[in-house]
Design a protein around this ligand. Structure first.
Ligand code: HEM
Length: 203
């Protein structure tokens, strides 16, 4: 799939919100429900996590999808996670915290879910900042270890969502199982690879 087409697919959720905002302005009608701020925070958060899980799954499609330039698409997906997580954070700051950093700071020190989300966002920022080729080359093996923290991010976000769920926990349980399954596949691959590398001496 050409890069531009893939980028366009990743931009669909953003364009959907943009279209709703334009319609709200043109037709003077609310297209964002009873609580537009919360609607945006929830929507962008859900899109970010779906893209995060797609990024993790893409890592395992390397062999079957060789023709699809998987590394490049994985990078676009990863940057989309950061993009939507930034919109999620920005919507929270603008609509829920009223652009008051003291309010964010208060939430940060009093609510575990905000601490977990902020840690996840901080790691996402590090991954996005080090995704440029020249930075990756300079970091060498450190880049590989840093980018493995994507599983830590997934774990933090799953708990962030779990603590954010008011009564329905099915979404967070579903995410938790998905996270475990992907981590299981990753670890079993690493274990098989390490067994292949270890020479077997027969007595
Ligand atoms: C600075 C970091 C973050 C802040 C301040 C933040 C804030 C919030 C808030 C306020 C909610 C609404 C529920 C509530 O009031 O507790 C929420 C829910 C959520 N957040 Fe975050 N978040 C952050 C990072 C992230 C990241 C990095 C992701 C994903 C990659 C994410 C994904 C979600 C999801 C999926 C939900 C649940 C939406 C639902 O109700 O289905 N958040 N977050």
């Amino acid at each position: 799939m050409p890069t531009f087409a893939f980028l366009s697919v990743c931009a669909v959720p953003f364009l959907w919100v943009f279209l709703r905002a334009i319609c709200t302005l043109i037709f003077d009608k609310n297209y964002f429900g009873a609580d537009p701020g919360m609607e945006l925070v929830t929507f962008f958060g859900q899109v970010a996590i779906v893209f995060l899980f797609m990024t993790l799954s893409f890592s395992h499609l390397g062999r079957p999808l060789k023709t699809l330039r998987v590394p490049r698409m994985r990078r676009i997906l990863g940057l989309s996670v950061f993009f939507y997580a930034t919109l999620h954070f920005a919507s929270y700051l603008i609509f829920l915290a009223g652009f008051e950093f003291e309010k964010y700071y208060y939430d940060l020190v009093t609510k575990n879910r905000i601490i977990l989300g902020s840690f996840a966002y901080f790691f996402l920022f590090l991954l996005a900042a080090t995704s440029i080729d020249s930075v990756a080359r300079n970091l060498g093996i450190a880049w590989v270890y840093l980018h493995r923290s994507v599983y830590l991010i997934a774990g933090l976000v799953v708990f962030h969502v779990f603590l954010s769920a008011k009564e329905n926990f099915s979404f967070s349980v579903f995410l938790f199982c998905g996270c475990l399954a992907l981590l299981g596949v990753r670890l079993s691959k690493a274990w098989r690879r390490s067994k292949l590398r270890t020479p077997i001496f027969k007595a």
